[in-house]
Structure formats: structure tokens, C-alpha cells
Design a protein. Structure first.
Lengths: 244, 244
């Protein structure tokens, strides 16, 4: 059973202002929920089908609500709700890591939730820990971002910050890369020491202000006719190169 | 102005059965429409804002309808319609290229429109010409597929076919690759001669039947914790390797 107030509350978390007020966000689908249950994140409520509750180990530290498929669909942000939805506490922001050791990712004004989620998943695959987003990027707790991380959200450190101010604090020994049409061929790039890769907005790319701070311009070798690559696709190709 | 019948017709093309009946599909947004106008595709109707019509060179071979923003939104499949929508004739299917020279892509049961569109865009960037989809894959003329190709749809050959039958016709000299967790590290793969890369369904991967036909198992080197990568992301990393 689910009450009208519960429906209203869970659905309200689709909006950022309500997530901030309630310090909570929503995680959907078995894969994502299982990953969150196995993480350090604090679950406050779980809404699940009877079959799901029977088949999964449930903790006693949070409220579990058995719901019907119809009820689950009512609180879901997905076209087809899965078997389970968790309401999760937004963790306290970690102090920002400013060592920039290893590989670090700067995301400037990434607006598409699928792109941010996919980049988080790519970083988690390659063991990249620190992602720095500009303050006007899409919210990481947006349901579509959470969904497309496929559980990786709990394993990367994501900071929202002023990238222009932050980039001035980067030690000189750290190389700062950005992808352009006229850069060095990615295949020829020799990666030495700590690095930052900057990815820009889906339509406008990296802003001129941030571009002026880069130390290395790189290019993904183009052999066909497409004008550009999707930002998450570029991130995949470049991060793979830097991690191998 | 747009008539009720025109609205009904354009909206009906969001469904595959109607696209088949009318042998037509819809292309939205300036970037995509410009690419289609510059291709060999036959445009039957254009719906555009006054400003767009004034700023763009219009051919006389198709009907141009000046519409308001409100009218455009009514026929759009996008949350926010752009400035222009084209109704385009589905081209006659090309005879299937079965040489398999160079790099070729097999897509088995790709269901997500964004994934198919993104893979088409990746192929167009890297100059890969031939994509073979299983018959139960998402339709390439689905509005979301068209949208996410960003104009690349007109520059690749996409065939829907029975991949099990096709794979038996592949010459022995052509290597057939698929990505698995236990394959050869992609970085160490030596690519010689013509190749096919098979990508599988988003949830289930490559089917056992098709897997048994592969000649090479490959793996994208994993250093972190994510269980898997999105199929378009895997395609980007692997195709980049094969084209460089």
C-alpha cells in the first residue's frame, strides 16, 4: 500500500528544488537499487513488488512498502516502472579533492542527463574517481542521470564548483586537455603524470575562458563525414586512451 | 498554416506501421534537416518558421509550409520543437553489400533508439559504411534514432537482415569480433584484413547462436567497478581502435 502523501512525496523528488528541500533522491530499477543498497548511501524508504521483497535481502534500517505494479508506476519516472524504487538520502558533500593526482574529469555545462550518467559510468569502469562539474551542469540526482549511471553513482566523487576558479588552482605539473578539431591526434598523445580532461557543453563545446587555460589540444582522428561526436562518446574514447 | 490532416499525418509517422504505409519518416531540428536537404533523400514536405525559411535556401521540388512555433510544437516529437520539420521519403532499400571489405558492424537486437542513432553517428565519424541490424532491432526511421544520428543517417548503409543466415556467408578470411568480459585485451588486438564487429542487445548481449560464429573475443580493459559499459560507448572505443 502507498498513501497519497507518499505518492506526492516520491513524485516531487523528480524536481531539483524538492530534492534539495528533502535532501533526498530516487533510485529506480533492480540493478540501480541493488548497487545503492550495497553502497554507503542511506536508504530512507523502499517501494517494491511482493516478489522483489521475497527475493531480496532487506535491511531493517529503512521502511519497506509492498506495492502493486500499478502503484509503482504511479511514482515512477520511467515509462515502464521496474520492480523497485528507493528513496535515498543525498549524502553530505565531501570536501573537494584538489590534488588532481591521476586522471580527473572537468565537465562544463553538460546539460543532457543521459550524457552525465553515461560519463559517470565510463569513469567508474576505468577507475577514474574525481569528476568536477560546473555549477550550471545538470543535477547528478536528476532521475535520468541516476538511471543511466547504472549504479556507478555511488562510486565516483562528483563535485559542483566554479571551474574557472578551480582551474587556476591546478598545479603546473598537471596537464589540462581538451578535445578540438585542430588538436594533436589522440593516438600520438604521450600521457605523462597527472591529467585533467575538460569536456564542454553539448552544443557549444568548451567555453573560450576555459579553453584559454588548457595546456594540450587533442583530436579524435576523423575519417568520415560526421561533424562531431556525442560528448559521452568522446569521453569514452579519450578516457580509454588515458587509462591504457 | 497547417491543416488538421497535415498534423494528423506528420504525427502518425511517429509509429512504424504508418511510416511503412506512407513510405515516409520525419526529420527534426536545423542540423538534421540541413544534412537531409544536402543528401540524396527526397523531401516531400517542409514545415518551418518564417525566420528559418528566410534564412535558408529552399528548393522548389517540395512543398514548404510556413508555420508558427505553436503549430510546429503540435507536430513535433521533441519536448521542445526546433525551427523546422521535414517529411522525407524512405529511400528504396539498397541491395545488401556482402563483400565485408574493411570494417563492418553487426547490431543484434539493439532496442534503444538513442543507442542506434549514436552508433550510426560514430560509424559516420570513423568512415564505417556498412551496418547490418537484426530484424528485431529498433527501426532506423524512429524519430529518436533519426534525431540522435545528427544527420549521419544519410551517409551510412543500414541493412535489416537475418544475422544468423548472413554470418554463414561471411568469407573465411574476414575476422568476426565480439566484446566479452573474458576476451583478449583490446589494446593487444592486432587487426589484419577485413573485420566484422558484433554488438549485442543492451540487456542480454550477443546471443549464444551468434557468439558461436565469432572468431575473436575481445575485452575493453576494466580498471574500476562498473559492471558494464553502454553499448554505444563500447562501440565508440572498439571502432576507434579498429580505425586507428
Amino acid at each position: 500500500m502507498i498513501s497519497k502523501n507518499q505518492i506526492k512525496f516520491v513524485k516531487s523528488l523528480q524536481q531539483k528544488k524538492n530534492r534539495i528541500t528533502h535532501e533526498s533522491f530516487v533510485v529506480e530499477s533492480t540493478k540501480n537499487v541493488i548497487e545503492i543498497l550495497n553502497s554507503n548511501y542511506e536508504i530512507s524508504q523502499l517501494f517494491a513488488l511482493k516478489s522483489w521483497i521475497e527475493n531480496n535481502k532487506i535491511d531493517n534500517s529503512y521502511s519497506v512498502n509492498e506495492v502493486t505494479e500499478k502503484e509503482l508506476q504511479r511514482i515512477s519516472s520511467l515509462k515502464n516502472a521496474s520492480e523497485v524504487i528507493a528513496v535515498v538520502k543525498i549524502p553530505i558533500r565531501k570536501e573537494m579533492n584538489c590534488n588532481f593526482s591521476g586522471l580527473n574529469i572537468f565537465l562544463e555545462e553538460i546539460k543532457d542527463p543521459g550524457n552525465l550518467g553515461t560519463i559517470i559510468r565510463i569513469c567508474d569502469w576505468f577507475g577514474v574517481k574525481n569528476i568536477y562539474c560546473s555549477e550550471n551542469a545538470v543535477d547528478v540526482y536528476n532521475p535520468k542521470v541516476v538511471q543511466s549511471t547504472m549504479g556507478s553513482i555511488s562510486r565516483v566523487n562528483l563535485y559542483y564548483t566554479n571551474l574557472f576558479e578551480l582551474i587556476d588552482k591546478v598545479p603546473k605539473a598537471v596537464n589540462i586537455y581538451g578535445a578540438f578539431m585542430d588538436g594533436e591526434n589522440l593516438n600520438d598523445v604521450k600521457i605523462i603524470g597527472d591529467s585533467i580532461i575538460v569536456f564542454g557543453n553539448e552544443s557549444n563545446g568548451i567555453s573560450k575562458d576555459l579553453e584559454s587555460k588548457l595546456t594540450n589540444r587533442i583530436t579524435i582522428n576523423k575519417k568520415g563525414m560526421a561533424e562531431s561526436l556525442n560528448v559521452a562518446v568522446s569521453a569514452a574514447i579519450i578516457i580509454n586512451k588515458f587509462c591504457n
